[in-house]
Design a protein around this ligand. Structure first.
Ligand SMILES: Nc1ncnc2c1ncn2[C@@H]1O[C@H](COP(=O)(O)OP(=O)(O)OP(=O)(O)O)[C@@H](O)[C@H]1O
Length: 470
């Protein structure tokens, strides 16, 4: 959902008196109020506020926080860009921190100090504005430097950086990756970022065209070259003059045409079918395949000399299951896009649907994800797409909590340091930048004393075994 109203503030609060107070507290902004989660969602859909303040204690659980958290989750599922500030009663800092962990922008403690809240709200609006500008400039691409590539996964970000560098050169690039991993999107990005961007980008799928038509499709033909050749026709290679030629499924190129393509790569000239003239063509070549070209070379189905010409630089694109976080990021992106294209109301991914996306193995990669989300956007009955709408089995919603993640990291760091220090706790403490007693305490609290004793420090004198501290 993109068309937010940048001055609308949603207050979700079940106390009518407080609601009235809030209405006067933000001059210059349109304050919308809701008493419950369902009202908040209705207002969100109608008015699209950029910032919300929600009381965690909402009916039917006014003394607890479950309904407040459910509201936070639902609002963010529909509008992940929205800035949400949570109000916590009774100095319950733990809840506030928990809320931030679940995507809230900020929190404040009740009773309300309007001046403080106004500052927090102003800051949230400012941040929203800035992010909105960034989104317009760079579209919602995760943190990807290339507009058309939505990703936040490190291996793909590295590829985007490589593509940016390769775009400045004219070397042939071979894109390797399974079907639907985005080879064509990357080929186009390579062209768009290159000095050839104002020239044509011409793609041809070598596997999709029958062999007897492929030659003329690639190199063109003269009038009368064969029955039915009623006029001169330019081939894709020639059409790519001053631009980029993208040869998809290059592994399917028949042997006879491999020779002709090789000649073009060596001499930068082509001959149309039925023609005698050599025509110079200046085109950058990008090829792609999901086959193992080296194997095809070994079995002599693909010419080795052509392979080396095409494979000056190769880029291996990881399958979607090896891009942590991307299924959900891309899922939200496609959902927003489909809702906008079809003019339907905005819907979000339920927590269960996000977990199912993250757990699925994506044999069809991004094309499969796109199709499933398209289906989900049509089938969803409520405000949220559920796993069944995506034809996915529900997965466990197990988000690792921060404490467990920290303990795991600490455990690993300590084991590494003790191993490095060959069992000396004093040296390990130095390596880790903590005092020796602190390290002993940590080892004990993490329950790894025995492991350290037995595995990492079997022969040391100064080990955990004889620790005076433990
Ligand atoms: N990182 C990405 N961000 C957004 N959309 C993507 C991304 N990667 C791929 N897509 C979309 O996924 C679909 C499949 O991508 P693409 O056609 O580039 O894959 P491919 O590897 O060339 O597939 P094939 O080998 O089957 O031709 C396209 O609709 C494309 O727009």
């Amino acid at each position: 959902m993109t068309d937010f109203d940048r001055d609308r503030l949603l207050i979700v609060e079940d106390d009518d008196g407080l609601c009235r107070q809030y209405r006067w507290a933000f001059p210059g902004r349109t304050v919308l109020t809701a008493n419950s989660r369902s009202e908040a969602l209705a207002v969100l859909e109608r008015e699209r506020p950029a910032v919300a303040v929600i009381d965690l204690g909402l009916p039917p659980d006014p003394d607890g926080v479950t309904e407040g958290f459910a509201t936070l989750r639902d609002l963010l599922s529909i509008c992940p860009d929205m800035k949400i500030i949570v109000a916590t009663g009774n100095a319950a800092k733990r809840n506030a921190i928990h809320a931030i962990g679940h995507g809230a922008h900020d929190f404040y403690e009740k009773p309300v100090d309007i001046d403080v809240l106004r500052l927090i709200v102003d800051r949230a609006f400012r941040l929203f504005e800035l992010e909105a500008e960034n989104r317009t400039l760079g579209s919602i691409t995760g943190s990807s430097p290339i507009k058309s590539i939505i990703t936040a996964a490190e291996p793909m970000l590295k590829i985007c950086r490589d593509i940016e560098k390769l775009a400045q050169t004219d070397v042939p690039v071979l894109l390797l990756g399974d079907s639907g991993t985005g080879k064509e999107v990357l080929a186009r990005a390579l062209h768009d970022l290159s000095p050839r961007a104002s020239g044509p980008f011409i793609a041809i799928n070598c596997g999709a065209i029958p062999e007897n038509l492929l030659e003329s499709e690639l190199f063109g033909h003269e009038k009368g070259a064969f029955t039915g050749a009623v006029r001169q026709t330019l081939g894709r290679v020639e059409l790519a003059q001053k631009g980029t030629l993208f040869l998809d499924e290059i592994g399917d190129l028949p042997q006879s045409l491999q020779v002709k393509l090789l000649r073009f790569l060596q001499e930068h000239v082509i001959e149309r079918v039925g023609g005698r003239k050599s025509i110079p063509v200046d085109a950058r070549i990008i090829s792609a395949t999901n086959q193992n070209l080296e194997r095809l070379v070994e079995t002599q189905q693909f010419r080795m000399d052509l392979f080396y010409r095409l494979n000056i630089v190769s880029v291996r694109i990881p399958p979607l299951r090896e891009r942590p976080g991307d299924p959900v990021l891309l899922g939200r992106y496609f959902l927003t896009r489909f809702a906008r294209q079809s003019g339907r109301r905005a819907i979000g991914l339920s927590e269960r649907a996000a977990a199912a996306l993250a757990a699925h193995s994506w044999p069809g990669n991004i094309r499969e994800l796109e199709n499933r989300i398209r289906r989900g956007a049509i089938m969803a009955e409520g405000r949220f797409v559920e796993p069944a709408d995506l034809e996915l089995a529900p997965a466990d919603v197990t988000v690792p909590d921060l404490r467990a993640a920290r303990q795991k990291a600490e455990r690993e760091a300590i084991q590494l340091a003790v191993a490095h220090a060959q069992g000396s706790i004093a040296s390990a403490a130095k390596l880790l930048g903590v005092s020796r007693p602190t390290l002993y305490a940590l080892i004990e609290s993490l329950g790894i004393a025995e492991l350290i004793r037995n595995v990492y420090a079997p022969q040391q004198t100064e080990t955990v075994t004889e620790s005076e501290d433990l």
